[in-house]
Design a protein around this ligand. Sequence first.
Ligand SMILES: *Cc1c(COP(=O)(O)O)cnc(C)c1O
Length: 378
Amino acid sequence: MSYSQTRKRIKVPFNDLYIHYLSIKDEVDQAIASVISSSAFVRGPFVKKFEKDFAQLFGSKNCISCANGTDALYIAMKSLGLQAGDEVITTAHSWISTSETITQAGGRVVFADTENEFFTIDANQIEPKITDKTKGIIPVHLYGQAADMGAIISIARKYGLWVIEDCAQAHLATYKGKLVGTFGDAATFSFYPGKNLGAMGDAGAIITNDDKIASWMRLYANHGGKGNHEFEGINSRLDGLQAAILSTKLSHLSAWTIKRQEVAAKYNQLLQNIDDISLPVVRYDTSHVYHLYVILTEHRDNLRDYLKDRGIETAINYPYALPYCQAYNYLQHLPQHFPNAHANQSRILSLPIFPEITEEQILYVANSIKAYFYECKL
Ligand SMILES: *Cc1c(COP(=O)(O)O)cnc(C)c1O
């Protein structure tokens, strides 16, 4: 039987947040009801509980919740005393939050290319970018894979730089047996609904073992404190509803992570012998939590159209590497400045992955990809 002649066409969404909700509906409904009945809508006991649980998970001394993962980066950078003209080095391949917050916080964005075999910042590209203005490094554990934290931390120590880990896609990922988020001076998380730990709206948090910056961040995210405001801050607070939902979901996170890893293992097995695609490579001694399962192929756009016709949703994360987005035209970057990030932007394709995806759907996605390469490709 040919791969494309599967008897039945099925729909495969990129993610399905409603099915995700249904899998724990009673718990979530009950959590929402208790917030409503106690009117603890902004900050309050549910937020405190979530902060405590989340900090504990990482063995971190502090968790500061905030409105979203972008604010988490901005607040963390402000707490480290970024000044106008300070430079921060980050990866050429991420969601724009990672770099836009450097500018928001008053700094200057300096990009470094990604590693050849992974999608994370190449530590070897960081050192040549360091100047006397450099203050920090923001590695991103992109797609759920740990960046090369050993090398990054040693560069940071050598030059006296801070490190903020952007963990928005990497809840529970590990590097040499340690959770990502526990290596830098601070780590930021997003709980955007589609993230591995997602709220039902926007939400974010920062963890840090540094009590001094932690108390500054707490004040800053809430108008510089109450009454006699110590300084001007911002309003970036977590809702009680989101916190209660997150606490409920936190207890399922490791089971969901294992599911994602199982889905990835199935894709790996089913897609292993197709010459025209490269599968995700996992860094030695790390665990990947597969926020996204991203393949590389020169036939990306045609494959994507073909899968769409067969009812399969895919995504491109992200169609432009950051230095090549319009927002950074002013930096005048050329393809050869970031060859890996530049080459990957036209080759990456994210396949559907979520804890509730069925065996049938995984098989259908894999067979459709095989059908494209073995039977349709021109
Ligand atoms: C989602 C994401 C963010 C921002 O999080 P929001 O909660 O959407 O503001 C930051 N960095 C990365 C890598 C992300 O994927």
